[in-house]
Design a protein around this ligand. Structure first.
Ligand code: ARG
Length: 559
């Protein structure tokens, strides 16, 4: 049961919407005060009364019942105590009823969210910088789906640009088919690096010609390009499979080749295009931004031109309610410009475009830097994490069967969780030891808690059921309340585009469960107490699994 909803239904304040009341109901920091609280400060202005008076008045108008057993007004807060037995019964009942759907909802029904994420550049292997967009986007994709939205995952391929002319030129000079076929994307990348180090005037000219050939539809040039593209997609697919992410569309920059002219025409007809040093721009000085470049002086389109065409195409094709761009904060200006230009074009839906920006990931041994040649490939990080997980798991429990399989879940989980645990905008330093620690705020800790719960349950022959009228003790009740807050946590995570709320929820729940586990006997308890504790354990396991699944992390039965 949604207690916030229950409270919001029962409280009426003139001039304040139910939604506002709903979103104001919070968990008080100190559970002595109450189980839920409504801070009344926000309403002081509308009601022209002090928060303390408002709280008092609301209190006297509130009838307690079987669900809310006590209300008090303290320092401008209205505090609620819930009927513990009732809450426990409702929450556990709900979890058992919904199972792996617990936390899901229909709140997104009929709405569409496009999520542009991971967007690979053809011929460039993933480095650790691509981790965040891939796992953040992947988590948002699953989260919105879980909340009933229609979700469109888009991989806006970086498949357009003069670099592909260079690549073909390098291949023609130094490459050979078997080697590239065998070496895959890294062989292609090596060719590109070599071109940048060694190409002379002559080769630069050839590269421009190859680019022109791709553009003009030349068969051979396009075949080579498509081959590079398929090698790239094969390479990323392996990583996507491991991280559990998927896409509904791979319409990349090249896809918009024939869709840019109409945008340019529209800009022109709306008097938004200006010439500047031979180039075509949209002047954004009035908005304190540098101009958005639409066409270079040689007539070539730009990254922004293709993003304009892409946004319009997506609106026409999917009629989204929101379109998210999960892209590093380095592109803040780019998206501000693109969104502003669309707004100036009169697209009222420009307000529904959201740049979901995130920070940088570096490794402990020094920042990832392409220029210094110190690139850390993502697959190496993943493999190393799985290897280390194998060692960690083996050390903890040498007799485990299926150690490889378990290490895979633990290692991949650690990579994902490591990238998702902090607010997305923060720069993070990735540490293998930290993300693979059994203690602390890690997926390993959460997975281990699941294994612990599993082991208790299998020893009890999977019994345990909802017990009518059972009054939970303080530690049990902390767990119950945390379980009850899961659906709300998911909605907040979606509202703020912050999968880290889910990661933190999982760690909190695991911590609360472990306190309960250490302090309260489960298997040696008796009667109703035992039944309730087993049921609680089952509910925790289910909820942790659901939370981790949204992040793309699997849970081994044993660890
Ligand atoms: N491929 C681009 C890059 O690596 C990211 C593309 C993001 N999506 C977009 N619609 N611009 O920087």
């Amino acid at each position: 049961m949604d207690y916030k909803n229950y409270i919001a239904e029962k409280i009426k304040i003139d001039g304040v919407s139910r939604e506002e009341i709903y979103s104001s109901v919070a968990l008080p920091p100190n559970s002595e005060m109450g189980d839920y609280a409504l801070p009344c400060f926000k309403f002081a202005k509308v009601l022209r009364k002090s928060p303390a008076v408002i709280a008092e008045e609301l209190k006297s108008g509130f009838a307690t019942d079987g669900v809310i057993s006590e209300v008090s007004a303290v320092n401008g807060y209205l505090n609620f105590k819930v009927n513990k037995a009732e809450l426990a019964k409702q929450v556990l009942g709900e979890i058992f009823k919904k199972g792996d759907k617990y936390g899901s909802s229909e709140c997104g029904k009929g709405k569409t969210v496009c999520i542009d994420y991971s967007s690979v550049n053809i011929a460039k292997p993933f480095h650790i910088g691509h981790l965040s967009t891939t796992v953040l986007g992947g988590a948002l994709y699953k989260l919105f789906g879980f909340l009933g939205y229609n979700v469109v995952g888009i991989n806006h391929l970086g498949d357009y640009g003069t670099q592909f002319g260079k690549l073909i030129c390098a291949y023609k000079h130094w490459g050979n088919r078997e080697e590239v076929e065998k070496g895959g994307i890294h062989a292609i990348n090596d060719l590109y690096v070599r071109f940048n180090n060694q190409a002379d005037e002559q080769m630069e000219a050839e590269a421009r010609e190859y680019f022109r050939l791709i553009e003009s539809g030349d068969k051979e040039a396009n075949e080579i390009f498509e081959w590079f593209k398929s090698l790239t997609l094969k390479y990323v697919q392996e990583i996507y499979d491991k991280l559990g992410v998927k896409f509904d569309s791979y319409a990349g920059e090249r896809f918009y080749t024939d869709k840019m002219q109409p945008v340019i025409d529209e800009l022109k007809s709306k008097n938004l295009l200006k010439e500047s040093e031979g180039a075509q721009i949209v002047d954004l000085e009035a908005y304190s931004m540098p101009p958005c470049l639409i066409l270079r002086s040689d007539g070539a389109s730009l990254y922004a031109t293709r993003d304009l065409a892409a946004a319009i195409y997506r609106k026409n094709t999917y009629n989204f309610d929101k379109c998210l761009y999960v892209v590093a904060y380095q592109q803040n200006l780019h998206f501000k410009q693109v969104f502003k230009v669309l707004e100036l074009m009169g697209k009222e839906w420009a307000k529904d475009l959201v740049h979901v920006a995130y920070g940088m990931v570096s490794l402990e041994d020094g920042a990832m830097s392409t220029r210094k040649g110190k690139v850390v490939w993502l697959e190496d990080v993943i493999n190393k994490c799985v290897e280390k997980a194998y060692a960690v798991v083996t050390e903890k429990n040498p007799d485990l069967e299926n150690k490889r399989e378990i290490a895979e879940k633990v290692g991949l989980g650690a990579v994902i969780f490591g990238a998702l645990y902090n607010n997305k905008i923060k720069d993070i330093v990735f540490s293998y030891d930290k993300v693979l620690s059994f203690e602390g705020e890690t997926s390993v800790y959460v997975q281990y808690t699941c294994a612990r719960a599993n082991s208790v349950l299998s020893k009890a022959g999977n019994s345990g059921c909802v017990v009518e009228g059972y009054e939970p003790n303080a530690l049990e009740f902390e767990v119950v309340k945390q379980l009850a807050s899961f659906p709300d946590t998911l909605k907040e995570a979606a509202d703020k585009y912050e999968p880290c709320y889910i990661a933190r929820f999982a760690v909190d729940l695991a911590q609360k469960f472990n306190k309960f586990y250490i302090d309260c006997k489960i298997l040696n308890a008796e009667g109703d107490t035992k039944q309730f504790r087993l049921a609680l354990t089952k509910a925790v396991l289910q909820t942790l699994k659901n939370a981790l699944a949204i992040l793309g992390i699997g849970v081994p039965d044993k660890m």
